[in-house]
Design a protein around this ligand. Sequence first.
Ligand code: ADP
Ligand code: ZN
Ligand code: ZN
Length: 813
Amino acid sequence: MRYAEVCVNSPIAQRLTFTYDIPARLDIKSGQAVWVPFGEKVLQGIVLALTDYSPVAETREIAGIIEPEPLLSPAQISLARWISRYYLSPIFDATALMLPPGFERRALTFISAAPAASNHDLSSLSQEQKYAFELVQKQDKISLKQLEKALGKKKAQTAISALVRMGLVTRSYELEPVKTRAKFQPYISLAVDIAKARQEADNLNRKRAYRQAALLEFIIQQARPVSLTEVREKTKCDRTVVDALVSRGLAAVENVRIRRDPLYAEAIVSSEPPTLTTAQESALKAIQSGLRHLNAKPAFPDVFLLHGVTGSGKTEVYLQALAEAVKLGKRGIVLVPEIALTPQTIERFAARFPGRVAVLHSQLSAGEQFDEWHRIRNGEADVVIGPRSALFAPQPDLGLIVMDEENEWTYKQHDKSPRYHARDIAIKLAGLSGAEVILGSATPDVESYYRTQRGKYHLLRLPERVTPSPKSPLPRVEIVDMREELKAGNRSMFSRTLSQAITRAVAYREQVILFLNRRGAATFIQCRDCGFVLNCRRCDIPLSYHIAENTLSCHQCNRRYPIPAQCPQCRSRRIKFLGTGTQKLEQEAGNTFSQARLLRWDSDATQGKNSHKEILNRFRAHEADILIGTQMVAKGLDLPRVTLVGVINADTGLNLPDFRAGERTFQLLSQVAGRAGRGAAGGKVIIQTYSPEHYAIQSASRHDYESFYEKEITYRRQLNNPPFTRLARFTYTHTNDSACQREAERMKKLLIEERDARGIDNFTVIGPAPAFIHRLRGRFRWQLILRNPDPGTVLSQIPIPRGWSVDIDPVGL
Ligand code: ADP
Ligand code: ZN
Ligand code: ZN
C-alpha cells in the first residue's frame, strides 16, 4: 500500500481525513499514531486506512511514527468513523476518545531571529515591534506564549506577524512535551547466587564493611528485587552503600516499571457468587445463551434490558454474566453513571475478579490513568469499570458491555464534541466487535423500554427484591399535599406527617434521608417591596445564598457576590431569601428535630476526592440520624438502617421547559423511594408536593413503571417527541443578545431553504428561542430544535455555518 488515510489533530481538519504518502523506510499500520506535515506544522495523526490510490494528485509524506503498535483496533476505527458521521463531529475528536491518557499534544509556536536580522535598519519599527524583537534576540528561540505574556496576546501576535513579513524573525513549530509516561523505579537484586552472597556477606563483615554486609543480608532475606526506596526505609542504607555492592559485582540495580494502581488502597476481600433466585437465573440464562453465540457478528447485536428495582439483584446478574464471558475467553466493560458515587460497586467487581479489574476515570491521577490504559491493552483486565468514557478503553476480545442505570443523563456527553450518548455507542461498538449489551435500570429510559416493546431489545425482568427475605416489600409511599398544609397554617418545610415520622424514626434509632433537589441555602433572593431578583450579571440566572461563606454565588459560572444591604432597584432594606436549599433545610431540621444528629451530602460538602465515601461511611456507621442531600443521595447506596425517606418538594423538576420533565421526576422519585427499606426494618417514603395528581408522582408512589410508561409514551406519540422522531439542537452564542437572536433567525431560514430545495420530508424547525440557560459566562445563547427521523444524515448534506454547535439526540432541553 502506498498511501495512508489519516485524521489529523487540527481544528481545521473537522470531518475531513487526509491522504499521505508512505515513505519506504516506515512500516505503517492502520490504527497507528503518526507525525504528519500539515500546513507549516507537524501534527499528530491517526492512520485510519491504507490504500493503493490517492484521491488527490499531490500528497506529502508521513513524517514519522509516534508509537510502534497501533493504538486503535479495526473496530475502534469503524466506531470513530461512525461517531463522526452520526454526531457530525470532527473525526479526530472521535478518535481522541480512544487514545491513551495524556496522548494529545498540541503544536507550540516558537520565534527566532532570522540569520541576517541584525544588519537590518530597526529605526522604522514600532515600539512594540522593537520590544518583541529584542526579546527574540535575547534567546535562540522563544515561545509565542512567552511573548504573549510579555506584550499581551493581540499585541504580540500583530508584532510578530509584522516582523515575519519584514524578514526579521521566523516561526517554527514544536509539539508540547509529553505529559505522562510509564513510571520506573530502581530495584536492587543479587547478582550472584545465594550461597556465594552469604559467603561474601561474611567477608564484608570481616573487612568491617558492616553496612554493606547488612544490606547484602537484607537482600538475601527478601529473596526478591527490592526497590531502593524500601531499602532506604528499612535498612537506612543510602545510595553509596548500594553502589559499593554493585561495584563489587554482588548486586545489580535495574529500573523496573511500576504500576500506579488506583485500587491499591482498597482492602479487597474476594467473594463467591451466591445461588441465584429464579428470576435472576432465567435472566442470566438468556444472556448466557447470547454469549455462546457471539461469533455470528449480527448487524444488530443482542441488547438486553434488565428491568428491576434497586436491590432486585441486577448487579449479581452482571457479575455472573461477566464470569461467563470470561469463561468463554471474552472480556467486559461495565459502565456506571458516576464513578465517585459507586465505590461499593467497584469493590464488588474487584472482589469477584481479584486483580483482574481495571478502573478508568478522570479523578485518577494522570499516571494511574496511563498505567490502567496500558494494562487494559495488554489484556490484563477481565473487566473495565468506569463512566461513559470507559467505553473507549482498549479492551481486547470484547464480549459484553454492561450499562448500569442506563437511564442516567450522565451517559450523554453534552458539553463538548463529540456529543455522544454512551448507550448508542455501546450498541454500535458491540455490533462492530461481536459483543452483546446489557442495559440495567429500575426505571428504564422510555425510549429503551419502547424498543423492547417493538422487539428491538430483549426485556428481562427482576420483579422483586432479593434481600433480606423474598417477602421484603418495597417501601410504602405516602403523598402529602402541601396545599393542605398551608391551609392548615403550617408554613414550615415539614408537613405534619413527615414531621411525626422523623421524630418517631429517630426515637427508634433508625435513620432518615431527607431529599432536596437543590444546592445552596436559598435558590434566589428577592426584594419584598419591588420584587427585584438578584441575578448573576454574566449569566442572568438567580444567585444562590451560601450560609457557610455568607455570600451569593452563581451556580453557572461560580462567580461570588456580596449580599447587598439594600435592594439595588428600590433601595428597600426588606430583602428576603426565597426557596429552600440543602443548607437551609439542614438549619430548619436542626431547629425542629433538636435530638437528631445531621449530616449534609451535596456537591458543596463533597469537594475532595474521597469525601463522598467519607460522608457515606460516617452515615453507615450511624454517626448521624438524618442525611440531608440533593439528587446524589438517590444513587447507588445500600443503607440498611434507613427506614424513612422524605422528599421535601417533588415539584422542583416538573415545571422545567423540557418534554422529559415528567420522566425525570418519575425516575428521581423512584430512585429516592428505592433508598428506604433495604434493611430488615422495612421502610417508608413521604413525598411532599403541590401537584399530587401528576401522573409521574402518582406512578412513582405506587412503584408502577408500566403505568408511568403507558401515559408517557402516549404523550410522546401525541406530541411527536422521541422515540417517534429524533431531535437535533443547534446552539449559537454571542456576547450581544440581539446579534445572537438575528443569527438564530438567519440559521432557521437557511435550514428551511435547504429543506425545501432538497425536498426533505419530516423536517421541522422549532425556535429560535433563548436557551434554558440564556446567558453563560458573559455570552448569550440561542437555540433551534430540529425534528427529523434521521438528523445526522440529513444535516451531513447541509453546510452548517461557523460558530454553531450541533447536538444530535440532545438530553435536557
Ligand atoms: P441491584 O443491582 O438490582 O440493586 P444487587 O445485585 O446489588 O441488586 O442485589 C441487592 C443485594 O442482594 C446485594 O446486597 C446482593 O449482594 C444481594 N444479592 C443479590 N443476588 C443475591 C442472591 N441470589 N442471593 C443472595 N443475595 C443476593
Ligand atoms: Zn454567572
Ligand atoms: Zn426593591
